[in-house]
Ligand binder design. Structure first.
Ligand SMILES: *Cc1c(COP(=O)(O)O)cnc(C)c1O
Length: 219
């Protein structure tokens, strides 16, 4: 299958799963994760109509996306990987959505860069639902207070929560936890689900899924 066919298949699967789950048409956004793939491969997805993309490294994205964004004006680029505060200025300049806000230091760095650059960014708080020591994300118990802090103290636009369940575990309980925390925090958006589990995520209320290899191929 060529890329456009794999993209169409993922979009069809999302639509069918959402429909079966009784969810409205268009209630799930596909974030096509293009990390490690070059600009010409990404152009195939853009030519096929895809507009929302995810990258996990600021530097890699800087090498590909300024040109791609120039070529197509309605691209929406998401940062889905960990962010260091010394990269906050670059991230704010390039990305439209940052999904990995997970600590006070990075939230403060983003707030000051957003103000300095006069940009409007939508942000997600990443939650470490599996409490994995090596994984980014705020602990579930601290998530609601952190969202409140970002909104009230820093005046950031927190749109939703994001999680990456532990590899090899049933993702359902993690998606359910993220949904519960978002409801408690008064957030409507849930970024969850990857190539291996995006159908489950849609069943658990994902409003966006981050799918890479099912579209672009193995990395
Ligand atoms: C790479 C990545 C994805 C996509 O993973 P696939 O299994 O290729 O779909 C999704 N989310 C994050 C945070 C990633 O780093």
């Amino acid at each position: 299958m060529v890329l456009a066919d794999r993209l169409a298949e993922v979009l069809n699967t999302i639509a069918a799963t959402a429909k079966r789950a009784g969810r409205a048409d268009g209630s799930v956004t596909l974030v096509a994760v293009s990390k490690t793939f070059d600009a010409d491969t990404i152009r195939l997805a853009i030519a096929a109509g895809q507009r929302v993309f995810g990258e996990n490294r600021v530097q890699e994205a800087q090498a590909k996306w300024p040109d791609l964004k120039q070529e197509t004006d309605d691209i929406e680029l998401h940062l889905i990987g960990p962010l260091q505060s010394n990269k906050a200025a670059d991230a704010v300049a390039l990305f439209d959505v940052i999904e990995t806000v997970d600590r006070e230091k990075i939230a403060r760095a983003l707030a000051s860069e957003i103000e300095r650059q006069g940009r409007t960014l939508r942000l997600y708080v990443q939650v470490n639902t599996g409490l994995e020591p090596q994984k980014a994300g705020i602990a579930p118990d601290d998530a609601v207070a952190f969202v409140d802090f970002c909104r009230n103290e820093l005046k950031l636009t927190i749109e939703g929560l994001m999680c990456i369940p532990p590899a090899g575990e049933n993702p359902g309980p993690h998606f359910a936890l993220l949904q519960k925390l978002a409801a408690e925090a008064g957030l409507a958006k849930l970024s969850m689900g990857m190539s291996g589990d995006y159908q489950t995520a849609v069943e658990f209320g994902a409003t966006s899924v981050r799918v890479g290899s099912a579209i672009f191929g193995e990395r």
